[in-house]
Design a protein around this ligand. Structure first.
Ligand code: BGC
Length: 813
């Protein structure tokens, strides 16, 4: 009884504290409470002499009941935000919508910078691309302790394929077709970034792309909406985990909404012209998949959709995203996307751009300072709705609440955890394993690979001894000085064996020094001042002494990524000329090819014995590559984009729609859809990839030849490892709908499974076929539909080599 009285008294005391500190709504108030708890505990200990247990119990009980806020039920969150917003001025609400870049803050001018002043005045909602827990803690301290309401900031960063432990670029990750690996890579990225202050990542990038000229194809999962959707879900789950309240998870931001991968001619920042039918069937599914997986935020794209820039596009940001898809999180613009409504010529002023964007459904403005900078007057003068400002502000505050920033604004600056997790041996080991799963073996004549660790090996090419080129584009947190070069990776793999490794650079990336400077801008690689002839002569001298040549060649890392569109997507000239000379020596050559896009490899396929597509495989590239080359790992990557024969084939996808002048074979055929001078087929098909072992497929069977419209049938196949090594195969299910209301592709991926088999081992795989798996968005209502008629069910190791069975669905038409 007596303890009950204490409990009531203490609750009352706490209640009073709450009233007193009502104005300090955030961390400062929490600190006061912590202090209060300590006081209570000491007081109780004194009153009750040596009975520590009950005072402790009382304090714990109170603490638990007060921290129920952390249970984050929607009603509690609403109450908390209502209270907070009731105290906010219009200027403070608009401040929450403002996302400046950290720029001047990271330089150490924290206290004097403009951004710092804005933070103090409550005019900033978040910051991005600031690295390091100390810097972030200091900026957060300004927000929490020096602004009127102490609202914490969001800290964002482009953590798109790892933090300091860098995973392969997303295009490569998708080539693993291993969703667990992709999810794990995102989970590790989150574990590292969140220990270093970041709570929000601008990833996943899910833009479907049919054009290898576009440099940003490197940041997405390739050309296919089904594979892209699965990868998008895996990334969101990896970043966000089971709950954003867990401080080792961070909020995802699905981008670039929408259709950025379809920019005309593959030219960066260009416009998009797509009809709704193709949008819904080809391009939109991965965004929706990421949203259904719970992505907390969305980034509006730079490009137009239906002739209106995404950032100010109400159909896109409200009708589709919120009304049709039910998205509940917040929408941020891309970098200066808001002010660029003026460049697009749809708004005459920054204020007009801000009004249009807010009305369209934009909540946060990256860098333009349009929402924060212009809307106060517009609201006062009735040109902009105060309700819309409240709505956007609420969404930002909800994100902060869900991330736990109101509970502890420093929860993501964890020095101890940072030491343990960032670039930890365990993370690096996982990145190495995953990198080896992403490399795609395109050619391997006479089982040249794997190599034995013997004899003399010549390692040649401008990408063999570079650190900065390995992680790939958008590795903003990378620390290349801590990664190995390919040369170092092979040296350590060969240490203690009888094998000799010789090295020569052989060529610069390309002859054009200016182009090379642009392509290595962030890599800051030094161009070799020697003449092309002398570099080549040195390489040939080395190669002559070798039994086998490993040529490490291709693109430099900044030849893909943002603002890196190309029309020449074959081997850069200086490296091509070197390869031609090397091939003349008649020695076996393995090309380890680096690229952030699908490239044209015709000459290489014709003249070289082995080709391994290594993409850009992250911080552990060197060791992962050694694992593959010497057979510690067996290649299992399969292309998530087909490789063309010529850049002129773009836009180009295996999901070719049926046309009036069919040409399924792809060779020249007068008056059919084709070119005079090049086949329609790819050089390497979508889904393709070799292994050091071989797999046999049994005939595909269907559990029934007919199915009702809402029925279900199973397609099965047995796959056997017929070689002598354990290996992984990606079994792919495609469908074709030869007669539908809308024109359908000949083949479209609708399922896959990755399985690992020991030599001689067999496994049966089954895919369930039903309306979910077989339907499409019809061209009239854009509803998911399965129409009666025949469906071709195809299974195989890639989009070209499939077996087909016919399934009759519902009534035949
Ligand atoms: C890119 C975005 C990126 C943003 C912030 C923009 O230029 O288009 O993908 O998230 O910058 O770094």
């Amino acid at each position: 009884m007596v303890y009950m009285r204490y409990y009531t008294k203490i609750s009352y005391f706490i209640h009073n504290r709450l009233q007193r500190y009502n104005k300090k709504t955030t961390y400062a108030r929490k600190k006061c409470f912590l202090f209060a708890y300590m006081q209570i505990f000491l007081y109780l200990c004194t009153v009750m002499k040596k009975h520590f247990f009950f005072p402790l119990l009382a304090v714990v009980l109170i603490g638990t009941s007060c921290s129920q806020r952390a249970s984050k039920s929607d009603a509690e969150m609403d109450r908390f935000i209502n209270r907070l917003m009731a105290q906010m001025t219009l200027a403070e609400k608009l401040g929450q919508l403002n996302l400046p870049v950290s720029g001047d803050i990271v330089t150490g001018q924290v206290r004097e910078s403009n951004v710092a002043q804005d933070i103090r005045q409550g005019r900033v909602g978040g910051l991005f691309n600031i690295k390091g827990a100390e810097a972030i803690r200091e900026v957060q301290r300004i927000a929490v302790e020096e602004s009127r309401l102490g609202i914490p900031l969001l800290f964002g960063m482009d953590v798109i394929h790892g933090y300091e432990t860098v995973f392969p670029i997303p295009l490569a990750l998708a080539c693993s077709w291993d969703m667990e690996a992709i999810e794990r890579s995102a989970q590790i990225a989150a574990a590292e970034a969140t220990a270093d202050g970041i709570c929000w990542t601008f990833s996943p990038m899910v833009d479907i792309c049919h054009d290898g000229r576009w440099g940003r194809i490197s940041e997405g999962s390739g050309e296919d909406p089904y594979l892209g959707s699965r990868a998008a879900e895996a990334m969101v789950h990896g970043y966000q985990g089971a709950s954003l309240a867990d401080p080792t998870t961070m909020m995802a931001c699905v981008k670039h909404f929408a259709l950025y991968g379809a920019v005309e001619a593959g030219r960066e920042y260009n416009n998009v012209y797509l009809d709704d039918y193709h949008m819904f069937n080809e391009y939109l599914p991965p965004y929706q998949a990421a949203i259904n997986a719970g992505a907390g935020s969305v980034m509006a794209a730079f490009n137009t959709v239906h002739g209106v820039p995404s950032t100010g596009n109400r159909w896109l940001l409200t009708d589709l995203l919120r009304t049709r898809w039910g998205f509940q999180g917040f929408v941020v613009s891309d970098y200066c996307g808001l002010e660029q409504l003026q460049d697009h010529g749809v708004c005459a002023s920054l204020e007009q751009a801000a009004i249009q964007s807010l009305d369209a459904g934009l909540d946060m403005d990256m860098v333009s300072n349009g929402l924060n900078g212009t809307l106060a007057q517009a609201v006062r003068e009735g040109r902009c709705s105060a309700k819309a400002v409240d709505q956007a502000c609420r969404r930002i505050l909800e994100a902060k609440y869900k991330l736990g920033l109101f509970d502890d604004p420093y929860r993501y600056c964890d020095a101890e955890r940072r030491e343990q997790v960032i670039l930890s041996p365990a993370h690096r080991a996982e990145a190495r394993r995953i990198a080896s799963e992403c490399m795609v073996l395109l050619k391997n004549d006479n089982h040249l690979l794997p190599l034995k660790k013997q004899g003399t090996i010549a390692l040649i090419g401008p990408l063999a001894d570079t650190r900065t080129n390995m992680p790939g584009t958008w590795s903003v947190a990378a620390v290349p000085e801590r990664y190995k070069t390919i040369k170092e990776g092979l040296e350590s793999a060969l240490a203690g064996t009888g094998a000799r490794l010789l090295y020569a650079k052989g060529a610069n990336v390309c002859y054009d020094a200016e182009l090379e400077a642009r392509a290595t801008m962030f890599g800051r690689e030094m161009r070799d001042p020697r003449s092309a002839a002398s570099m080549r002569a040195e390489a040939l001298r080395i190669a002559r002494q070798a039994d086998v040549i490993i040529a490490t060649m291709g693109e430099a890392s900044e030849m893909s990524g943002e603002s890196a569109s190309l029309v020449h997507i074959e081997m850069p000239d200086a490296q091509h000329d070197l390869l031609v000379e090397l091939a003349r020596l008649g020695k076996p050559i393995i090309l380890v090819h680096f690229a952030g896009r699908p490239t044209v490899l015709n000459w290489e396929t014709e003249h070289l014995q082995a080709i391994l597509e290594a993409w850009f495989s992250g911080s552990e590239t060197a060791d992962a590559l050694a694992d593959i080359l010497f057979g510690e790992a067996n290649p299992s990557g399969h292309l998530c984009v087909q490789l063309p024969r010529h850049v002129g084939q773009y836009p180009f996808s295996y999901r070719q729609m049926r046309t009036s002048r069919l040409n399924p074979g792809g060779e020249f055929n007068k008056y059919s859809t084709c070119y005079l001078d090049v086949s329609n087929t790819p050089l390497y098909p979508f889904g393709y990839g070799l292994s050091y072992t071989s797999f046999a497929y049994s005939p595909v069977t269907l559990s029934a030849d007919t199915m009702t419209l809402n029925g279900q049938v199973t397609a099965s196949v047995t796959v056997t490892n017929t070689g002598s090594r354990t290996g992984s195969e990606v079994v792919q299910l495609y469908i074709g709908d030869p007669v539908a209301q809308g024109v359908r592709p000949y083949k479209e991926l609708r399922g896959f499974e990755r399985l690992t088999l020991a030599p001689g081992e067999s496994r049966e795989l089954s895919f369930t076929l039903n309306a979910d798996r077989l339907g499409y968005y019809d061209p009239y209502q854009l509803h998911w539909t399965l129409e009666a008629g025949e469906i071709a069910v195809m299974i195989g190791p890639n989009a070209r080599d499939t077996q087909e069975r016919k399934l009759m669905v519902g009534e035949a038409r």
